[in-house]
Design a protein around this ligand. Structure first.
Ligand SMILES: Cc1cc2nc3c(=O)[nH]c(=O)nc-3n(C[C@@H](O)[C@H](O)[C@H](O)COP(=O)(O)OP(=O)(O)OC[C@H]3O[C@@H](n4cnc5c(N)ncnc54)[C@H](O)[C@@H]3O)c2cc1C
Length: 286
């Protein structure tokens, strides 16, 4: 299939890119890895009048540590992050999730920030971003701002990014002592989007009590779903607590039923994934 006609620019400066986005607004689309944009254009689900290819913009392809965070620029490919030696140490949850994102071929082009901007509710990188409280850095001709991942995802394929804003980077808090992580998903085939995916991050304090408990589900709603875990904070979690979290959190979700699974099936998948990821994350934290 072929896309509807469109104009294409490949600016060499950020200022130029932002000025075109500001001029075209909703009629423009940013092209990063093209792994989601091009198929949707080919199917004519998207018909942008102007494509702004950001692949020649300087300084967007860096991964660097800064003030206890890891900054991942908008042109960092998923495969670059997967290969980068610092990532398993610095952002363990991202390292666990990346092999589940599509295929090696799609990860060679697809970007971390493109996945965030695309906001597929089954995608892995958005779950990680919400679970570890990443910040999304956005820029427009009007200025720059940082958006907490929790506030970034709005609905199916929709974010709180304005039409003239470009994601320039995502910043993930670096791993610290006492934290543990786990990621799990169930998909029909490897490389398919998850029917249900679970990202879990916990932190245990010096007394062995859980002071952070972040469980985020994908594939169960219109955006990454953060389970309410406040009731289990401040305690040394036992096997009974883990079971309680899994049962309570999975009972509270209202997932869709579709050809890949009923709501009941998704709740069942979520329950098992929460139980296993929380157990593994706690082991890692201890
Ligand atoms: C066969 C196949 C299987 C896949 N399986 C999975 C999977 O299992 N899990 C998964 O998460 N993904 C999967 N994907 C999609 C993944 O490969 C994409 O990389 C990702 O969703 C988008 O990243 P991208 O850089 O390719 O973005 P693009 O396709 O270039 O852009 C996607 C959207 O985000 C916007 N955008 C991109 N970058 C920016 C930016 N910097 N600022 C503002 N807006 C921006 C674009 O305008 C567009 O609307 C799959 C793709 C294919 C083709």
């Amino acid at each position: 299939m072929k896309p509807a006609p469109f104009d294409y620019v490949c600016p060499e400066t950020l200022e130029e890119a932002l000025s075109i986005l500001s001029e075209f607004g909703e009629d423009a689309k940013v092209l990063a890895g093209g792994q989601s944009l091009v198929p949707t254009m080919n199917m004519r689900l998207a018909r942008p009048a102007m494509i702004v290819d950001i692949n020649r913009l300087p300084r967007l392809a860096d991964i660097r540590s800064h003030n206890g965070s890891i900054h991942i620029g908008a042109l960092v490919r998923q495969a670059d992050a997967e290969r980068e030696q610092r990532i398993p140490q610095a952002i363990p949850l991202l390292a666990l999730a990346l092999p589940h994102v599509g295929h090696r071929q799609t990860r060679n082009r697809g970007t971390i920030c493109g996945s965030l901007a695309h906001a597929d509710p089954s995608a892995e990188v958005p779950l990680v971003a919400v679970a570890v409280n990443a910040q999304i850095e956005a820029q427009s001709s009007r200025g720059a701002r940082r958006i907490a991942a929790d506030a970034f995802f709005d609905s199916f394929f929709t974010t709180t990014l304005a039409a003239d804003e470009l994601v320039t980077a995502a910043t993930f808090p670096a791993h610290s002592e006492g934290c543990g992580y786990a990621f799990e998903e169930f998909a029909l085939r490897h490389g398919d989007f998850a029917i249900v995916a679970t990202a879990c991050a916990v932190r245990i304090d010096a007394d062995g009590k859980t002071d952070t408990l972040s469980i985020v589900l994908g594939g169960v709603g219109e955006r990454p779903y953060r389970c309410d875990t406040d009731a289990w904070l401040g305690r040394a979690l036992t096997a009974d607590d883990i079971e309680d979290v899994a049962q309570t959190a999975s009972a509270r979700i209202d997932p869709p039923s579709d050809l890949r699974g009923t709501a009941k099936y998704r709740r069942w998948l979520a329950q098992g994934q929460i139980r296993r990821t929380l157990s593994r994350a706690l082991e890692g934290a201890r």
